[in-house]
Ligand binder design. Structure first.
Ligand code: ATP
Ligand SMILES: Nc1ccn([C@@H]2O[C@H](COP(=O)(O)O)[C@@H](O)[C@H]2O)c(=O)n1
Ligand code: MG
Length: 205
């Protein structure tokens, strides 16, 4: 049997999903700091594409204002470019896949299966409160677009989470707690088993 060279090795990918405002970006920043992943937010990449003056800019801007999902082809190209440019081989892909089309196209184009899906579960009222006090000047952080984003999340994104759940790949986190408490739960998922045993035995000794 042939061996796989480093150049042929597929990168490790974790999809980070959850409703709008559930805290995906906040927790990804913590994971990057502690575990050496590169964080790629599909929404951030799309917003950067608008700013760059690309030919797709107006289409993307209109979709984001309406809370709609941009065609996979566009988003996947941005993700692939960012992955290549990062020089890393482990990624947190935040806010993607957002629908079945995103999921199937990413798998077909990249042949990458996620190691697992980190899913931030948060009640809608809490997500709404967080988004309305975010103050980052996002054009979609207004109550009208927020409602549309929640509908898209329920109708198109949750089925993707259910798909991965049926494959035993979802790690669900209670995201309604404080940033620190949520990160404790996240850390428990990212800490290798041997480390947990080490810490546990130190605590006993
Ligand atoms: N556990 C938490 N408790 C309270 N506020 C939080 C918590 N996590 C994040 N926030 C705040 O809520 C807002 C939304 O968080 P964040 O941007 O990380 O969410 P997101 O899931 O990436 O949202 P979006 O899908 O809209 O990009 C931010 O202002 C952030 O500081
Ligand atoms: N896979 C994706 C991800 C995002 N979008 C669009 O961007 C908006 C903002 O996304 P955030 O993750 O930053 O909240 C989202 O509402 C979509 O309009 C997308 O099309 N495809
Ligand atoms: Mg975000």
């Amino acid at each position: 049997m042939g061996t796989v060279s480093d150049a042929e090795k597929k990168p490790a990918v974790i999809f980070v999903l959850g409703g709008p405002g559930s805290g995906k970006g906040t927790q990804c920043a913590n994971i990057v700091e502690h575990f050496g992943y590169t964080h790629l937010s599909a929404g951030d990449l799309l917003r950067a594409e608008i700013k760059s003056g690309s030919e797709n800019g107006t289409m993307i801007q209109n979709m984001i204002k309406e809370g709609k999902i941009v065609p996979s082809e566009v988003t996947i190209k941005l993700l692939q470019k960012a992955m290549q440019e990062s020089g890393n081989d482990k990624f947190l892909i935040d806010g993607f896949p957002r629908n079945e089309e995103n999921r199937a196209a990413f798998e077909a184009v990249t042949k990458i299966e996620p190691a697992f899906v980190l899913f931030f579960n948060c009640p809608e009222e809490e997500m709404e409160r967080r988004i309305l006090s975010r103050n980052q000047g996002r054009e979609d952080d207004n109550i009208e677009t927020i409602r549309k984003r929640f509908n898209v999340f329920l109708e198109s994104s949750l089925p993707v989470v259910e798909y991965y759940d049926s494959k035993g790949k979802v790690r669900k986190i209670d995201a309604a707690k404080s940033v620190e408490e949520v990160f404790e739960a996240v850390k428990a998922i990212f800490t290798p088993k041997e480390e947990k045993v080490k810490h546990h035995s130190h605590a006993i000794l």
